[in-house]
Design a protein around this ligand. Structure first.
Ligand SMILES: [Mg+2]
Length: 226
């Protein structure tokens, strides 16, 4: 049975398209950055072809760089590190409403992302949420050795450990459905953010679906105070 959201003591957040809405321009620029990084790491291929492959990798694996790691033997850490200089965090738009809701919601927040740490810190500052995520509550991909959220308990164990909470008292919030399976198995309550394009069928491991982070925080706030 799904617990009342008002009793939640901790929230583990994904970053991209979860704490802000990513649009097509941002996704295009992510994939271009990954393609440029792959070329910088030695991939011998025209840039437009590499960009198409990054898209294909994102569609297939939800990680644009995986195709270059698995099929072109580019070391994961090298590729990941090379991406950041090609990213432009000024494309991300601030959401003042979400920011003020964070101030009103009394629970611990932790971030778990497949993005790199420099991008994560820049984006959190840009959207005004950096104060709610101290350094030790930010887990970027390199901080858990590139073990995918879709398959590994490691990032979630690290996140629960830093706030010393039981999984039963914690939400995991994501825009990528597949990344909610492991936290559900661990006993967390899972929330899928669909940004208005509600999917017809969701797997059993999705406990709640919601439009965006603002609506979710409003629901938690009203459940806690109601
Ligand atoms: Mg995401």
């Amino acid at each position: 049975m799904v617990k009342d959201l008002g009793g939640i003591q901790g929230i583990l957040w994904d970053l991209d398209n979860t704490l802000y809405a990513a649009n097509q321009r941002i996704y295009d620029s992510f994939n271009l950055a990954v393609a440029r990084a792959a070329l910088e790491c030695g991939l011998d291929m025209p840039l437009d072809q590499a960009q198409r492959m990054a898209w294909e990798s994102y569609e297939r694996h939800r990680y644009s760089g995986l195709i270059f790691v698995e099929e072109y033997n580019i070391p994961f850490a090298d590729l990941h590190k090379a991406i950041d200089p090609f990213l432009d965090h000024t494309m991300v738009e601030r959401c003042g409403i979400t920011e003020s809701l964070f101030a009103q919601t009394a629970c611990d927040h932790v971030l778990i992302t497949h993005s790199g740490r420099p991008w994560t810190l820049n984006v959190l500052s840009r959207i005004g949420l950096r104060p709610w995520f101290p350094d030790d509550r930010i887990f970027a991909f390199e901080n858990y050795d590139f073990e995918s959220k879709a398959r590994s308990r490691r990032p979630f164990d690290m996140a629960l450990g830093v706030i010393n909470r039981n999984p039963q008292d914690v939400l995991m919030v994501e825009d990528t459905v597949e990344n909610l399976r492991v936290p559900h198995e661990m006993g967390m309550t899972t929330v899928f953010l669909h940004h208005g394009s509600k999917p017809r069928d969701l797997p059993d491991y999705v406990d709640h679906q919601c439009d965006n982070a603002r609506v979710l925080l409003e629901t938690i706030y009203s459940s806690a105070s109601g």
